[in-house]
Design a binder for this molecule. Sequence first.
Ligand code: CP
Length: 288
Amino acid sequence: MQGRDFLTLSDVSAKELREILDFSIKLKEIKYSEELKGKTLAMLFAKTSTRTRVSFETAMTQLNGHAINLNWNETNFVKGDLKDEAKILGLYCDAVMARVFTHDQILSIAEGCDKPVINGMDDLHHPCQALADLLTILETKGKFKGLKLGWVGDGTNVCNSLIQGAEMVGMKAVIATPKGYEPKVKTSATIIQDPKEAARGADILVTDTWISLGFEKEKEERMRVFPPYQLNTQLLALAKKDCIVLHCLPAQRGHEITSDVMDSPQSKIFQESENRLHTEKALLLKLI
Ligand code: CP
């Protein structure tokens, strides 16, 4: 995988995906190493972030490399040609991680940059989040094959990446969204509107914010259509007894997920968040 981009989960094979996950588990035991000594990661953010920013920077620190945080608005990405600007980052740095507004933007950055480009989230994909989600499922269930993953709520970029991942590892994904909010990436996932059907017999239940970054102007409409999709104790009761709950965070407690579910023993949400660090270390070591 050395030198390659990671823009969507389909940039890796099913075998490579499993290798990244298995490597992440090994890295949890090691924590610090010298493997990226002298290497620099440019981190470009056009949108806000807590987890992506801190997990990637910490990953570089623990591997003895360095990360540069670039606020999009303080760079000439705002006024220059994306490919030219990205080319320069590649001349200085060993890899680029970028959170951008559109998938076309990450494609342009990858086209311009000769070093590995990692998608830190765009409007269609959040592949780094899907890696952490898959690792959390593997750690808690010990397998993927035959598991039912139910998604309730908005068919977000995280949903797109997770259902790509589910297909690659052999999980059955059942996605329940209001009409008009379906995931945009085509996979073998079953797309329905009934949240109870997604939850029934599920091994994993996942949700995401109803108002993703960039959709703030739609708040009123979204608050009208999404409440039947809330991940609460009644919905969780339809799933298997050992069903785990995931959410990429940040969560709006009391909206897409209730606090009693989020703080329940079935919630693996904070393990999932921590796993961003471990999967990103594995990814950086594979790509750089
Ligand atoms: N889940 C996630 O990507 O978190 P941030 O937006 O805080 O980076």
